[in-house]
Design a protein around this ligand. Structure first.
Ligand code: ADP
Ligand code: MG
Ligand code: MG
Length: 252
């Protein structure tokens, strides 16, 4: 589904990603962990097509297509979801309205008919019930005054409605409480399916207490230095990232 080869990204004067390889198959959940500043978010932004993030070298193919050649909207229409595209606050814009616009834009780009507000509302209510979310989410303005946890819930809600093939969630490093982590985990677990893949970017192991990833990768020194099963996350928790660094480049 997703094949990243020798990805190199420089920001300003600094080489952030220095030859990153990653293969993700449908149905898989990959966790990407790594020390602060390793370039985890940079990888997410690059895949999203965020302005200012370009590859100096390497390739990213999504279902056989050159992802990096596509505009951010085209990537979304192809089924690539990047959670951090949406946590912006849009005061005065109704959440349901906003989501329908995003959803219909993707359908239109795929040549599918748009849903009217009744059809969309039906769909949205189904998703709310699957995720055990409150109706209230529909009526508020996009992320306005949302707590960190509510933003996360809204992100998962957006994910459920847009039904991407590949969802990339960047948990950032800052202040997600345990409820927010659980909301993310419950959402990911509820939305796992054989034809959908997840890349979950996280600094902390604790999210992986609730999501069981198929593969855990450690991003450090600009590339994936180690990959393994869920036990790798536990080893990291125990020994810290220095442990990986020592294994990659032993201090003598
Ligand atoms: P992580 O998400 O793993 O904590 P980031 O991808 O946010 O790491 O950042 C990786 C590195 O890139 C950091 O050292 C950060 O300071 C640097 N960086 C991020 N954005 C820019 C930018 N626009 N210009 C220059 N350096 C940047
Ligand atoms: Mg960081
Ligand atoms: Mg980050």
């Amino acid at each position: 589904m997703l094949s990243i080869k020798n990805l190199q990204v420089r920001l300003g004067e600094k080489d952030i990603l220095k030859g990153l390889d990653l293969e993700v198959k449908p149905g898989e959940v990959h966790a990407i962990m790594g020390p602060n500043g390793a370039g985890k978010s940079t990888l997410g932004y690059l895949l999203a097509g965020r302005e200012g993030y370009e590859a100096q070298d390497g390739s990213v193919s999504f279902e056989g297509e050159d992802l990096l050649a596509l505009e951010p909207e085209e990537r979304a229409a192809k089924g690539v979801f990047l959670a951090f595209q949406y946590p912006v606050e849009i005061p005065g814009v109704n959440n349901t309205y906003f989501l329908r616009a995003a959803y219909n834009a993707q359908r239109k780009a795929r040549g599918e008919p748009e849903l009217d507000s009744m059809q969309f509302l039906k769909r949205v209510r189904e998703k709310l019930s699957v995720l055990h979310l409150k109706d209230e989410l529909l009526h508020r303005a996009v992320n306005e005054g949302f707590s960190g946890g509510e933003k996360k819930r809204n992100e998962i809600f957006q994910l459920a409605v847009l039904e991407p093939k590949l969802a990339i969630l960047d948990e950032t490093d800052s202040g997600l409480d345990i409820d927010a982590l659980k909301a993310v985990a419950d959402g990911v677990n509820a939305l796992r399916s054989p034809d959908r893949a997840f890349i979950v970017i996280t600094h902390y192991q604790r999210l992986l207490d609730y999501i069981k990833p198929d593969v855990v990768h450690v991003l450090a020194e600009g590339h994936i230095v180690e990959s393994g099963g869920p036990e790798l996350a536990l080893q990291l928790e125990e020994h810290g990232y220095a442990w990986v660094r020592d294994r990659v480049a032993p201090a003598d």
